[in-house]
Design a protein around this ligand. Structure first.
Ligand SMILES: Cc1cc2nc3c(=O)[nH]c(=O)nc-3n(C[C@H](O)[C@H](O)[C@H](O)COP(=O)(O)OP(=O)(O)OC[C@H]3O[C@@H](n4cnc5c(N)ncnc54)[C@H](O)[C@@H]3O)c2cc1C
Ligand code: SF4
Length: 327
């Protein structure tokens, strides 16, 4: 680990003021940042501890939604009565990840910004465009079994590893940001960027931007939500493919659909194609299969991960089936 300056902020304004440049990092739960620093993948000049900021509450919004403070712990969100009642997909997603100990530390904002698990990104002995722009991508001709098949580029095929973020995408969450030029709100669908020729840029955040929270819109009446995660083992493992859905039906018709996929995209992958293929159509296996095929139509698999095309489709079909058959 490289030497760095350690600062503790007590107000959001102070945290933003301390954030001098792109080589500064905020410290929340530390479960990702500290790992990256120990591996010399992240070498910040300054680390600003933000744990004293008043950003850990989970509160109803005036419009009937729910606001998750940036520092709300993953465990607190997953077990919150309003989340269990109104946004079960988020609780299921968070509880499918990591371990109880990690979820007690990990925060909503830290989870949004966790880095890829691509093995070459985490090993400084290998070229990696995301870690060192212009150095090359070791994964394209290397070990890429767990990497992305949607949103990839010739420069990077890293998958976004988060479960929480897939559920937040299906829920159409809004990210609240406070930066040097004021406050702004960004829909999660516009928060992440695909790698293109600049894989080191993962979000629209600028230096000094502090995430202050995430808002969930009001829950829709009679809409079921499900998170399904497929992985190599049942615990302590990242998704090979996952699906977060919200589904509303009237009689045998699908009236409302939101679909996001995990494990297969370079960002949490909202599938408007699947939503189009579901809304207005009959609740039946043929509809689900067609929607899943549409969701993966643009997939671009690599040497070791072509199996994900079929796996992700099966995952989505199963999630849709669960949403329409369980009590
Ligand atoms: C062994 C292990 C297994 C795991 N398994 C899973 C899994 O199955 N599924 C899954 O989804 N995740 C998994 N994780 C990842 C875990 O969820 C993340 O490490 C965690 O969510 C990160 O949150 P944190 O608060 O600790 O972030 P930190 O490590 O504190 O920060 C992460 C990044 O976010 C930035 N940041 C934090 N807060 C803010 C803010 N308010 N504003 C701006 N920037 C901020 C930091 O500067 C840093 O760059 C696993 C982690 C480990 C170690
Ligand atoms: S896939 Fe992305 S993160 Fe992995 S080695 Fe290539 S450039 Fe680096």
């Amino acid at each position: 680990m490289q030497p760095f300056q350690f600062l503790r902020a007590t107000t959001t304004d102070q945290a933003i003021q301390f954030h001098a440049d792109a080589a500064t990092r905020f410290l929340a739960g530390g479960t990702n940042l500290i790992d990256m620093m120990k591996l010399d993948v992240e070498c910040p000049n300054s680390v600003i501890d933000i744990n004293d900021l008043p950003l850990s509450t989970i509160t109803p919004t005036p419009g009937g939604g729910l606001h998750l403070g940036a520092l709300s712990r993953n465990a607190d969100v997953a077990h919150h009565p309003a989340v269990l009642r109104d946004y079960p997909v988020l609780s299921q997603a968070i509880l499918s990840g990591a371990s109880p100990q990690l979820r007690n530390m990990a925060t909503t904002a830290g989870n949004l910004l966790q880095r890829t698990r691509c093995v070459y990104f985490r090993d400084t002995a290998f070229p990696c465009n995301k870690r060192e722009p212009g150095s090359g991508c070791s994964a394209i001709d290397g070990f890429n079994r767990n990497l992305a098949i949607l949103g990839t580029s010739l420069d990077c095929i890293a998958s976004n590893p988060s479960d929480q973020n897939v559920a937040l995408t299906a829920l159409e969450a809004t990210i609240h940001i406070q930066g040097k030029s004021g406050k702004r709100e960004v829909p999660i669908q516009h928060f992440y960027v695909v790698p293109g020729t600049t894989p080191h840029i993962e979000t629209i955040l600028q230096p000094g931007d502090l995430i202050t929270g995430v808002t969930l819109p009001p829950p829709r009446a009679s809409v079921r939500s499900v998170y399904l995660k497929l992985r190599d083992r049942e615990a302590y493992e990242f998704a090979l493919a996952s699906a977060a859905i919200q589904l509303g039906t009237h009689g045998n018709r699908i009236t409302f659909a939101r679909v996001a996929l995990g494990g297969v995209g370079t960002k949490p992958w909202r599938s408007l194609e699947a939503e189009d293929a579901l809304e207005g159509h009959a609740v039946e296996l043929a509809t689900f299969r067609h929607a899943a095929a549409e969701a993966l139509r643009a997939a671009h698999p690599q040497s070791e991960n072509a199996f994900k095309v079929d796996l992700a489709q099966r995952c989505l079909v199963r999630a849709l089936t669960l949403a329409t058959t369980t009590a």
